[in-house]
Ligand binder design. Sequence first.
Ligand code: NAD
Ligand code: TDX
Length: 332
Amino acid sequence: MNRLLVTGGAGFIGSNFVHFLMEHTDARVTVLDKLTYAASRESLDGLPADRVSLVVGDIADPDVVDPLVADHDVVVHYAAESHNDNSLTDPGPFIRTNVLGTFTILESVRRHGKRLHHISTDEVYGDLEVDDPERFTEATPYNPSSPYSASKAGSDHLVRAWVRSFGVHATISNCSNNYGPWQHIEKFIPRQITNVIDGGRPKLYGAGLNVRDWIHADDHSSAVWTILNEGKSGQTYLIGADGERNNLEVVQLILEAFGRPADDFDHVTDRAGHDMRYAIDSGKLRTELGWKPQYADFGEGLTRTIAWYREHEAWWRPHKQQTELAYAAKGQ
Ligand code: NAD
Ligand code: TDX
């Protein structure tokens, strides 16, 4: 497991995973990333050059993927189009990258007999009612709502089929909503933090009562590392840290951190088909593989994330105006 090919390693969660590997393991990493609008080379700055290299390329291009897969022990597959709102505006790139890109990687790991870990999302299970006592488990039926989550569900099904039909050595993890450093400011938490830094108001879709199950990106990374080492081939593991909060609560925590009034936010146009609630039961991962999250306290993780965005204004500032103009055009 010494040489890892990490697709999407210049994005939010992938880059956090590469930092995790540098800090906690002796793995060597090649990042394969197309450097879309969501990527940032800076997220990989300062990492040891003898252990991390970046190849700029498309996971849907077999000529790029195949020689890289041949040359590594394991593929950890993060690359994706990841934003639900964008999938509602233009679903095409989601099908191409998330479905065709995963197919391309699967054919390559099959050809070369390599191990794959596929990164996916809890959104493949659809949503829950706010008052439903159930949480998602590995046995929950797939029921995706958006073009994004449908494309991720499609990619999961491909991985499962390649395991069963071709004996590909693969594992899958479905994680809940991540927060932490290097997350693009189009996403909920960094959008609101940077709005408040700018003296603006957070923007809540609809009533703001939708629930997300927040996990720090570092905890996602440690879970993936655990699965890479201890996970059983063909298995799916759900990753979550018991971090359920509704969006209004999160906005009010952010406002409180800046000393702003609790009602200093706007309600804006709701997302079409907006999933109500995600909630993960990560019992299998904890019981069978012995994983547990380090960030037990969401408030503390959020405080550190707010500090990070305050300290890294030069990183997000160039994207802020354009991101907000695109939202404003949709009444959001
Ligand atoms: P992100 O949008 O921040 O990063 C995605 C990365 O993939 C970017 O660096 C981008 O350049 C790259 N990429 C996109 N298309 C590519 C292509 N065709 N070829 C090569 N690289 C390409 O996304 P993220 O939030 O870091 O999500 C990473 C993975 O984790 C995704 O698979 C996503 O579905 C999954 N996930 C995300 C969350 C979350 O809360 N963000 C939760 C669960 C699972
Ligand atoms: O400005 C906003 N206001 C708002 O109320 C934005 C951008 C979002 N929201 C709401 C929508 C959701 O209920 O906040 C919640 C979180 O929104 P996103 O950050 O867009 O995340 P979500 O749609 O839940 O999906 C995320 O988690 C699962 C990731 O983007 C996915 O890649 C991952 O699979």
